[in-house]
Design a protein around this ligand. Structure first.
Ligand SMILES: *Cc1c(COP(=O)(O)O)cnc(C)c1O
Length: 391
């Protein structure tokens, strides 16, 4: 096959610092490049391909729907999005779902709904949303405004008003920030792009208590942590937290673009006709593929996710150059003595794809990766971390 990376440089807007790797196909937790070389996938395309590449049930669901009906617009009823919403509500205890096409869009909808809930209950007044420092909620102007990292804000102002930031795990700072103006507190249970940092249980309890006292909504961004990634369907379950709004995307579609915003009993009727919408939202093909994924994220799979997470922690825990491992289930961040970007690049040379998050090596493997694939990938990763530590 002829290389296409130079044409990419010529025609694709330069927003991505890509690794020197041209991928063309794959199966399960293995990608194949343009030269036929194989790579064990420890990143799932950033937590998207949760059953790997070319999962047969997903392919069957998608192709069947593609040949039947690919799109109608939301002016009419179609069944795949209904069945998907039903499955998501059954898994989460939430009551209604809005579908869109990405994580940022799922958060946009969550933010609009939180603002409207406040407005509805405060004679049309405008409320504030508190998010956490070091968070990541997306790349649109409003979700960037919600993102508590200055690096993303440079050159793109002015931003949407109405956001305040507090330090994660600092209950005192949060207590000082909340008021009767607070419409919502929006959090990731584990900050993903921020470096795989799980929230502390005490801080989540603090949010719950303050929410009871002040009446603000709790919005949980499960774009990365959702859909079985951490060993529960949604990571908030680890914290016995029942959010008012949950956003999710990434793993939901198994590789097709889809996002969802889930509403609880309390928020299910906040958005009414023409309050929000999306041309592609709930697209039949994306929804049919997602349904084939969601229904298999059952207790048995979640238990496997926990076990594989423990297995990785054990394998890397005492490895040379590994300083700490954070995360839950198959969402892990490894602090090493070396440079994470260099480790990721060297792993590619040796046939393993890993991600980074801030200074950490981040692992988000397909949930159905096999133990022999894990063994091979971990042996290589250990070797590379060790070499980088002494480099
Ligand atoms: C990836 C991510 C987003 C943005 O999702 P897109 O699909 O890229 O818009 C938002 N929130 C979190 C927590 C994410 O990990």
């Amino acid at each position: 096959m002829t290389s296409f990376k130079n044409d990419d440089k010529k025609y694709i807007a330069g927003t991505y610092g890509r690794f020197d790797l041209e991928l063309v196909s794959g199966k399960g937790a293995v990608f194949t490049d343009i030269n036929g070389k194989e790579y064990i996938d420890m990143g799932s395309g950033i937590g998207v391909n949760i059953f790997g590449v070319g999962d047969s049930e997903w392919v069957a669901a998608v192709t069947k729907q593609a040949s039947k009906l690919q799109h109608t617009s939301n002016l009419y009823y179609t069944e795949p999005c209904v069945r998907l919403a039903e499955a998501l509500c059954e898994k989460s205890g939430m009551k209604k779902v809005f579908f869109c096409n990405s994580g940022a869009e799922a958060n946009e909808c969550a933010i609009k709904a939180a603002r409207k809930y406040y407005s509805d209950n405060h004679d049309g007044a405008e409320g504030e949303i508190i998010t956490l420092k070091n968070s990541f909620h997306g790349r649109t102007i409003t979700t960037l405004a919600a993102t508590g990292q200055d690096v993303f804000h440079k050159n793109f102002g002015p931003f949407t008003d109405g956001f305040r930031f507090v330090e994660a795990n600092n209950c005192d700072e949060l207590r000082e920030a909340v008021s009767d103006k607070t419409a919502a507190v929006m959090i990731e249970m584990i900050q993903g792009e921020g470096g795989v940092n799980p929230l502390e249980k005490e801080f989540v309890d603090c949010i719950k208590e303050l929410s009871k006292e002040f009446g603000f909504l709790i919005v949980v961004d499960e774009v990365q942590t959702g859909n079985g990634r951490t060993g529960k369907y949604f990571a908030c379950e680890h914290f016995s937290l029942a959010p008012d709004i949950i956003s999710t995307a990434k793993g939901l579609g198994g590789g097709l673009p889809i996002g969802a915003t889930l509403f609880s009993d309390k928020t299910q009727n906040v958005l009414g006709p023409s309050d929000h919408g999306s041309t592609f939202g709930g697209n039949p093909i994306a929804a049919a593929g997602a349904l084939s994924i969601v229904k298999r994220v059952d207790d048995e799979l979640l238990c496997e996710v926990e076990k594989k997470g423990e297995y990785i922690r054990k394998a890397l825990g005492e490895a040379e150059g590994v300083k700490s491992i954070a995360g839950m289930g198959l969402m892990l961040g490894i602090e090493t003595a070396g440079d994470a970007k260099k480790i990721a690049a060297e792993c590619i040379n040796r046939g393993v794809l890993v991600l980074t998050a801030k200074t950490k090596v981040r692992l988000l493997p397909p949930l159905n990766i096999t133990y022999s694939q894990l063994d091979r990938a971990l042996d290589i990763l250990k070797e590379v971390i060790k070499n980088e530590a002494s480099a």
